[in-house]
Design a protein around this ligand. Structure first.
Ligand code: GUN
Ligand code: ZN
Length: 441
């Protein structure tokens, strides 16, 4: 059965020719636009009057006039198992992990706790307009199963995996490489590439993964070479962390070598943070096609440092944005862009609003190697989108009375927007989050 739907509003996205240097030419904006969806996929996107003529008479038009319709947001680095540790006071990364994060992740050994908390987490993503996320679960398979189940229920694109740790964490969170291997393998067989779900091998980072463990990760990665497994890990987020890694892996040229020497850098590898990477490391990341995830809110909250965004872009590295909750203090990708802007301004190169929106839509999709399916409104893409109602934020709508270009409008949305302006979050054309009315399922 063909089920067509259409959505009217201010429609904005980027063409598939867009990249960080040509965004001015490659954005598409229909002030009065119509997005047509058939069987969950984009059928047309264009100017209202023209596009309406392509519709059968019986197609219902959902009217969001006055609202902005953007591709669904991509959060490429977030910890589902840290939500209750958000806003924990006053420590840098390594102490913060020991004092707040590890004890919090322990709760997920209980499957009932995992179900309840993962449900809350998923709801936070949806109410903030996030339709695709790459997520660190805990070492417990209950947290992975709970998240995949929730994502399947709402039909979200979701990437996650059990975190591997075999040293430098409390005993209650340590698993041997063999245990982690077996757990990952079972989860891959159960979930990878089912519905809109993908598995990510998740060695937490070099400090909590021994060389033996990274070797086992690389074995598993190779076993599923043809199935497109993802891999996620942290790198060069904090100065003390970098010192410790250099000290504990003295045979390597630099931090990246720890992962590179085990063959862990592929186009489906997402490296979180990367603040203190050297030029050599950036060049190597570019060669491998791996991506960096900038986590601005987290980098400010934990006092980790100021990522030089421009340097990553100049090195032709795919870049995405991650909320990194609970290092980050907001699930809102708009609030995270606000922080990314602040960091870029402190670095002396204020981020262009087009780049900001690109990074949480098509750019994020590219970094996740999913741009053939999501990221913009090209015909045949999955119709994941967010409807933004600026009137829900008084200050923002007042500011917009004095905005004269789409760049100015988007910049104000980025700087002043938050979860309140998310009127609807749609997954494959279906409104799953409906603002004040909550979730539809
Ligand atoms: N490095 C290793 N683990 C973590 C984590 O949970 N959060 C952040 N921000 N950095 C990490
Ligand atoms: Zn993280």
């Amino acid at each position: 059965m063909n089920i067509a739907k259409a959505f009217r509003g201010h429609i904005f996205d980027f063409s598939d020719k867009a990249h960080p240097h040509n965004l001015n030419q490659e954005y598409r904006y229909f002030e009065d636009g119509l997005l047509v969806v058939e069987n969950g996929m984009v059928k047309h996107s264009g100017e209202f009057n023209k596009t309406k003529q392509l519709l059968n008479a019986d197609v219902k038009i959902e009217d969001h006039s006055g609202c902005y319709i953007l591709p669904g947001f991509v959060d490429a680095h977030v910890h589902s198992v840290q939500t209750q540790a958000i806003a924990s006071y006053g420590k840098e990364l390594l102490d913060w992990l020991d004092n707040y994060i590890f004890p919090n992740e322990r709760h997920f050994e209980n499957p009932e706790f995992a179900d309840r908390h993962i449900d809350f987490f998923t709801r936070q993503l949806l109410k903030n307009g996030t339709t695709t996320a790459m997520v660190y679960s805990s070492v417990h398979d209950a947290s992975v199963n709970a998240l995949f189940r929730a994502a399947e229920k709402y039909n979200m694109r979701m990437i996650t995996g059990n975190t591997w740790m075999d040293r430098n964490a409390p005993d209650y969170l340590l698993k041997s490489p063999e245990e982690s291997y077996n757990a990952s393998k079972t989860l891959i067989e159960k979930w990878h590439n089912k519905a809109r779900l993908h598995f990510a091998l998740t060695p937490r980072y070099a400090i909590t993964s021994s060389p033996e463990s990274l070797k086992v990760v690389s074995t598993l990665l190779k076993e599923y070479d043809d199935d497109g497994l993802y891999l996620q890990t942290h790198i060069s987020e904090n100065k003390k962390e970098v010192e410790l890694v250099n000290h504990s892996y003295p045979g390597n040229h630099h931090y990246l070598d720890v992962y590179d020497s085990y063959g862990l850098l592929t186009p489906r590898t997402l490296l979180g943070h990367g603040i203190y990477l050297s030029e050599d490391e950036l060049k190597r990341i570019s060669q491998t096609g791996s991506s960096i995830v900038h986590c601005p809110s987290s980098n400010l909250f934990l006092g980790s440092g100021l990522l030089n965004l421009q340097n990553i872009i100049e090195n032709d590295i795919h870049l995405a944005i991650g909320s990194d909750v609970a290092g980050g203090t907001s699930f809102s990708m708009l609030r995270n862009l606000h922080d990314a802007y602040t960091i870029s301004a402190l670095n002396g190169i204020p981020m262009n609003p087009l780049l900001a929106i690109y990074l949480i839509t098509l750019g994020g999709a590219r970094a996740l190697d999913l741009d053939d399916r999501i990221g913009n409104f090209d015909v045949g893409k999955e119709a994941d989108f967010v409807v933004i109602d600026t009137s829900k934020n008084e200050l923002l709508s007042y500011r917009l009375e004095n905005a004269h270009s789409i760049e100015e409008i988007l910049f104000a949305i980025v700087m002043l927007g938050d979860e309140k302006v998310i009127k609807s979050t749609c997954l494959m054309g279906e409104s799953i989050w409906r603002g004040e009315n909550g979730l539809s399922r």
